[in-house]
Design a protein around this ligand. Sequence first.
Ligand code: SF4
Ligand code: MSK
Length: 635
Amino acid sequence: MDKVKKRSVDRASQYMLKRAEEEHIPTAWDRLEAMQPQCGFGQLGLCCRNCNMGPCRIDPFTEEEQTGVCGASRDTIVARNFIRMIAAGAAAHSDHGRDITHALWLAAQGKADAYGIKDEEKLEALACEYEVKVDGRSKEEIAEELAEKIFADFGRQHGELRMPLRAPEKRIKLWRELGIMPRGVDREIVEAMHRTHIGVDTDYKNVLMHGFRTALSDGWGGSMIATELSDILFKTPRPIPARVNLGTLSPEEVNVVVHGHEPTLSDVVVDAVRDPEIVELAREKGAKGVNLVGMCCTANEILMRHGIPVAGNFLQQELAILTGAVDLMMVDVQCIMPALSSVASSFHTKLVTTSPKNKAPGVTHIEFREEEAYEIAKKIIKMAIENFPNRNGNEIRIPDENQELVAGFTAENIYNFLGGTYRATYRPLNDAIVQGRLRGLAGVVGCNNPKIKHNFGHIEMAKELIKNDVLVVVTGCSAIADAEAGLLTPEAAFKYAGKGLQEVCEAVGIPPILHVGSCVDNSRILIALTNVVNEGGLGEDISDLPVAGAAPEWMSEKAVSIGCYFVASGVFTVLGSPFPILGSKNVTSFLCDEVEDILGAKFAFEADPVKAAHLMIEHMDRKRKALKLKPLMYQ
Ligand code: SF4
Ligand code: MSK
């Protein structure tokens, strides 16, 4: 048992890891072990294979100024590799945003029956921002023109992206002065690839500043578009109770797991599992019904809007199949381990890919088209039902872990819960910070990574922050980790929060940690921070606020982009493991020090989540001092 306890703090995951060990089914943890020692050049960012004169690698131990064949220095190589990670992360989020725009565009023309305009108020507000005429037009006409204008933001050749104009004025001015105001979403990503081609940008600072611009085109562009249009199409979340962990799988029902990121198909699956024909078919096959659960960020999307249970986060995807109870796992894009097909082959589980962008050898592919979303959803669920009788009863081992949570917080509804009942206002939140009831705000986000004990970083950091009167917002796999530890309930405030935060939570009945959605929904945090600035009393820019961000268990390139758009927006950000940049002292000191004078924020790396929380707390205290805020009430 010791080995599994070292791998995860979550009891359900430990239970499944034990099974994996007994049955000799390798998981990500075993593959990480087998991968040791990992490539030191790669870890330090010192390997370049951007052209065929290479690959070139720079000796990290030599004092000599070594270069690649073309003459690229270690600084250039490290900076180039780093911004290619940003570009890939920004591309993933933004392509997600484009797909949602496409669904809205089809729905507006009546070409995708499964979708409709679910939040008209938000549609109209966004239409006004994009200068789309609203008066006297149908919601479909408005939505079609809005979708066209948003498509144009992806490929914009002139001017600036629209959504960054939501940022505080001072920040926009800074971005313009620095020449990093994002232009077209696709343009910034393409330019990142161009600049890092052999023989282009060799000034590491110039390379990195473009990295920030690329990241901004994600956070204030592609991701924000994904969030806003998903709210319009699938409805804006409201606080909603639900359940989490592998114990949400049912021994008596057909279990369908939706995994990945995009809500376009999964949101329709939510309706399809309730279709009488589906329910009847499930009964015919001897099941009590169909149990839909989510995994990773697809889970967060349908949890936030429909209260669908969450089976787990990134490192639990293989473990879900190891229960033997998953009849079908359908996946779309991002964070889907290629290993799933081999784990599934040890059980009766059907794995189905649905995106033309993500197929896997030997895996059933049922291609998703928005125009036939409902029929496709039903086809996949029927396949799951047909597979139910193939379950081997003796093989089923579902852990008994099934925790309550509350999700569904947004930048818009936070103020309702913090007391703004008369008019939409962040005043009560700002006042709580000004008066010292709350120390500040923190966003803890990002993935799991088998290099770090599963969920440990997220949970310990979140607990330390709330204990110190920091209101925490969470997204992605971090949110799921905290939920599994029971931290996303109003009761958690009494158990873990400091007295000031407890009072705030008690007054309005919210958990001390607010789940604000999937990875693209980190854009909600940017909006919430802007609202805090605009409300007044806490400075003129996001970098003035007593706030901080963290990704204690990050692994994906998207997390690199997220970290960079937070720093570029003025948020001090701590990572649980370093970026692969330590091969260049100059790049490291630029990102972890000098950039603070330029952007008002920087990165720090700290593996111990409690120490990392204290770096965030110290930062908040410095900002409180600079703002001359009152001392904390209870600390
Ligand atoms: Fe080597 Fe330069 Fe080619 Fe990179 S771009 S592989 S450093 S020659
Ligand atoms: S799913 S990007 S592992 S948070 Fe968004 Fe989780 Fe990270 Fe994927």
